[in-house]
Ligand binder design. Sequence first.
Ligand SMILES: [Zn+2]
Ligand SMILES: [Zn+2]
Length: 825
Amino acid sequence: MSFVVAADKGKGLLAQANNVKVAVAVALFAPKVDFARSDDSSLQLKDPKSGFELVEPNAIVKYVLSDFASDKNTEIEESEVYQALKSGKKDQAVDALKKLQTPDSKQSSANIIVFGAVYPFVKELEGSDLGSWAAEFAKDPKIAEALTKAKSATSIERTVAAATGATKVKTGFLVKEQGNSIQPKDNERNILITSALPYVNNVPHLGNVVGSVLSADIYARFAKNRNYNALFICGTDEYGTATETKALEEKVTPQQLCDKYHKLHKEVYDWFDIEFDHFGRTTTPLQTEIAQDIFLKLHQNGFLEEQTTEQLYCPVHKAFLADRFVEGTCPKCGYEDARGDQCDKCGGLLNPLELINPRCKLDNATPEVRESTHIYLKLNELEPELKKWVAEASEKGDWSKNSKTITNSWLKQGLEPRCITRDLVWGTPVPLEGYGEKVLYVWFDACIGYVSITANYFKEKDEPKAWEKWWKNPENVELYQFMGKDNVPFHTVVFPASEIGTREKWTKLHHLNTTEYLQYEDGKFSKSRGVGVFGNNAKDTGISPSVWRYYLASVRPETSDSHFSWKEFVTKNNSELLANLGNFVNRLVKFTIAKYNGVIPEFDPKNIPNYQAFADDVNSLLAQYIEAMEAVSIRRGLELAMAISSRGNQFLQDNKLDNSLFNDSPDVSDAVVGVGLNLIYLVSAIICPFMPETRNQILETLAAPPLSITDKFELVLEPGHNIGKAQYLFKRIDEKKIDEWKAFYSMPAGSFKGPLLGFSIGLIVPIVATQLYIKPRWLGDAQRELWKIRHEIDFVGWNVRILEESRGFREADLYQPLTCSHSHA
Ligand SMILES: [Zn+2]
Ligand SMILES: [Zn+2]
């Protein structure tokens, strides 16, 4: 016999069976003939001299052995087994093979044919008679060698499960539904979270967003994803002089003004994905009820007293004048436009009664000195109890360092009675006779806003008393409060002292979290220049809220001031979010869909080399993450979350997840996919506090319900779970955008042009600002007026907003340049 053979070039089980049959036959009975894969021809036996040719494997085996006998086994093999192999139906093939008689040990053509058909299923048939027979049969060294040749000639295409859409997720690890009415529960962790109530009459800038609402939202989402009972409360602070005056200017009622800005605030926070359980306001009947109740209890307990002082009163608009609404000549330096509380020129602190030629800022009338009687909170008498509480609470609740420093500096000076009423209309009425024209001072009132907003949340749920379960339950509730550092004394001194003075059991501050200032670019965030990015500008960039939240959290000014930088913003998107998190999720999800039809295979993590070391790394990072987040170290928490994602990338890298791993080491490939997808699932939970939108995208991709932040890395997604479609989590930002945005949101130093007046007004009246553009002939007065307004706003920590509407005016250069020093008309 002189012939050559070529292997079956096909992929899959049938090709493998064919090649085993032919290779074994040749190895045993025609050892001089080479069996190999040829690119020119497929499975065949050919006699080059005579041109004789066979292409059917069983015929080739019979021809090589010159053994043409058939038995019952050959019949089943050639019909049922062949059909199943041809259509790639593994289960069906195994069932058909189970019908075979266990062959004898003869190296006959019938037995070689059965061996070829059994070989692809040795694993499945392990332990059965047929399986043991095949193992025994393979022991002949010639056959073992033939098997190696057959395997290297066949590139097996793995059969994987078809897409089923099935959800297979272990229970017990998911986020619990909090229900419609969130209330504390016995023997569970109950966390009440507040963020400082933003003052209603302007738009928040990014420093405000990161300092209070975003920080509180990140912590609230962490708490909820840890399955604590957590209630997150915020709202607009609406009473006070500034609102009243602004309403006068806009010729609307204070309530109308508040309605407008409350809506504007809500829109900004909604865009940033801030998920308050209730975003309320302080101008409600419940605020009056609760604030007056606290006031009266302080009164009954002897912690209030009357004091009469001299104040400036405007006879034209018939009101006492707040310090900032009086101006006149500075008694120290003679500057004509000094404000009631401070002289802009010499910087001296003033009492409005000291001003020479004082005038009302609203109508220029000369104010009169009148006596006014006010109520003072006797902080001096509450001081010993307050000090004791501060010493304990600041340690127990691990207050941030700056908040301890600020509080202690107040306490060190010794507390004095503090005036808690004002001569105003727009506020909570003072519930005492003879005080008809006075209201509670906004800072006494504002902290009570947290309580009344909670009460309003439960009023809407028809459970009017349930707020007390949060606020009068100190044993079972931990109160976490977030704010910029300028608000600290009101939360650590004035409000807790008021609570103590009622002699009721109030829930008092547990953890106080404060931030320093976020500066814009190189310090240009407009304390003096009026430049920056505001809440509503963020949306205009077209970049997703998740990216904004990520960036702001990563530069959160926790221990010192930090800087907003467009360059860093773009870099973090491109090299952290896209290259780390985006790449990890995308690479593995795409691979799973392409190779596994999106179905998690049966897997055993032990098949992964060094699996334990990997799991230990993840668990160690996860433990550090939980520790950091429990301590509200938000920046550190974010770094650790990203480190876990990074570890995921390294895991895919170390195990070389690719086509050859899938084909050559199926057990390893299956385990890498199973474990890797579960790590993505864990990452979705731990990034949720920072990037809720991205978390939701990942859940959609995994087609899985929200996972809680588990104590340990768990394999919650099970074999058979069918993931969803791949989607891009992040987009590359073109670096050209850096200069574009920089130019758009900044004005270079020294080019402070008239149109910025519009920006300054925009600070207070963003929506109507365009109507306030000033004609050149007014410039003198207007200039002076606006500088003062800006100064006041800077004083309380608000920065100037650039109005979108004013872009067109920037180049117009219609007005005289203003410098940054105080100008005179
Ligand atoms: Zn007046
Ligand atoms: Zn002065």
